[in-house]
Design a protein around this ligand. Structure first.
Ligand code: AMP
Ligand code: GLY
Length: 416
């Protein structure tokens, strides 16, 4: 079997790594891939949003299965386009992908199906939003409606900051059309948890939970990032909470998907805030999370290709998904300046004495003239599986000294 993975981050390196272990797979391609995917797949120089070229590549190369990493091609409708040509592809169609592509649509969906979430209002005009600002209390969360590469959410503490953010999005069009609307919502104070689920024909089968660290600095300080560390499973997900999430969130999502006549197949990532023991949905993503994938997939004992195939064929069962008892943790090494401006192109040195059981997933790297260089804000995910979270943490931090590049940063408190 030939498999094509679309994307270029740590998530895609992890997927390629796992897919390459499948007995059914003879060849993995990754478009466009990175310095790490090159080690387990053949990189193809096509961008993740160039759907025409991806369709053409899959047809010419007789690709048996395509797996989509990032949200942009999903929201653009890559799944529909592949299916029109009779190509097998794993991911939700365009209609379902709106759950991530439009935050106002996702909030409406949550409201309609009574899925617990933060109180909110949607605005298209700066004037209207400004007039209503006094009815909210601070801190307050302002979200651009569309896809903004993880930069569309601002947590503001004052009216002045709120006005500035609203003006940037609605008047100055900082995010272009993606900011034609904003969602203003109540700030939820709690603990975040990522629950990734397989979904086949609107039937939700949750994976184990993961904890993602979103803030750039230790102690959860500083601006939000795409995620700079993670571990799984999350001890936060007790049996009691699991039951609540199933009843109050997942069943209601299933009901909503059915009532809206969607036919969801793929991954649904439910971003949760646990507030005083109660789950509230922050967002939906229609894809695997990054870096959650880096800590979930190494614990997966099942053949991931079977899971993708059974999802497409509507035959996936919970018992198909088997997990190891081990804990997995990852610490993301980042470029100086990330999540703001950063420089790239610095050589990465990895000492041979690094422990052999450390898994290095590449987020943003590339090879140039046989040298491994930094190529993104998030560079490498240093990952370990161990019998306990504590052991994984010790292993990772003891090994990070073996890796260096100019301006390398990382959080020292992941898993603590
Ligand atoms: P989103 O893309 O909607 O998940 O937002 C990105 C991040 O912003 C989340 O992972 C949270 O850390 C934070 N966030 C979003 N909405 C809220 C909220 N209502 N209250 C507190 N934090 C939030
Ligand atoms: N780690 C957060 C995300 O993938 O959206």
């Amino acid at each position: 079997m030939k498999v094509l993975v679309i994307g270029s981050g740590g998530r895609e390196h992890t997927l390629c790594w796992k897919i390459a272990q499948s007995k059914e797979v003879e060849k993995v391609y990754c478009a466009p891939g990175n310095g790490g995917t090159r080690l387990v797949a053949e990189n193809v120089d096509i961008k993740a949003n160039d759907i025409d070229s991806l369709v053409e590549f899959a047809l010419i190369n007789n690709i048996d299965l395509t797996v989509v990493g990032p949200e942009e091609p999903l929201v653009m409708g890559i799944v529909d386009r592949f299916q029109e040509k009779g190509l097998r592809i794993f991911g939700p169609d365009k209609k379902s992908a709106r759950l991530e592509g439009s935050k106002s649509y996702a909030k409406e969906f949550m409201k309609k199906y009574d899925i617990p979430t933060a109180k909110y209002q949607v605005y298209q005009s700066y004037q209207d939003a400004r007039e209503d600002l006094d009815s909210f209390s601070y801190p307050l969360v302002i979200k651009a409606d569309g896809l903004c590469a993880g930069k569309g959410v601002a947590i503001v503490k004052t009216r002045e900051e709120a006005l500035k953010t609203l003006k940037e999005i609605l008047v100055d069009k900082k995010f272009g059309e993606q900011g034609n609307r904003v969602v203003i919502e109540e700030y939820l104070d709690g603990i975040e948890m990522s629950l990734l689920c397989f979904v086949t024909d609107n039937r939700i089968i949750p994976m184990e939970s993961a904890k993602d660290y979103k803030k750039i600095y230790d102690g959860d300080l500083g601006p939000n990032t795409g995620g700079v560390g993670a571990f799984a499973p999350s001890p936060l997900l007790t049996q009691e909470l699991k039951k609540k999430i199933e009843e109050e969130v997942l069943k209601r999502i299933e009901c909503g998907l059915n009532s809206e006549n969607l036919n969801y197949k793929g991954i649904l990532y439910v971003g949760l805030m646990i507030v005083k023991g109660n789950p509230k949905v922050l967002e939906f993503n229609v894809r695997f999370g990054d870096p959650e994938t880096e800590v979930l997939i190494p614990r997966l004992e099942s053949d991931i290709v079977d899971l993708f195939e059974n999802t497409i064929d509507s035959s996936l069962e919970p018992s198909d998904i088997q997990w190891s008892q081990q804990s997995c943790m990852t610490v993301v090494l980042t470029s100086k300046g990330y999540p703001g401006e950063f420089e790239k192109g610095f050589e990465i040195s990895i000492d041979d004495s690094i422990d052999k059981d450390i898994i290095l997933f590449h987020n943003g790297t590339e090879y140039k003239k046989d040298k491994l260089l930094t190529a993104g804000g998030r560079v490498l995910s240093v990952t370990a599986l161990a019998n306990s979270l504590e052991e994984a943490r010790e292993k990772i931090y003891a090994n990070i000294d073996n890796i260096s590049f100019k301006g390398m940063n990382f959080r020292k408190d992941i898993g603590k």
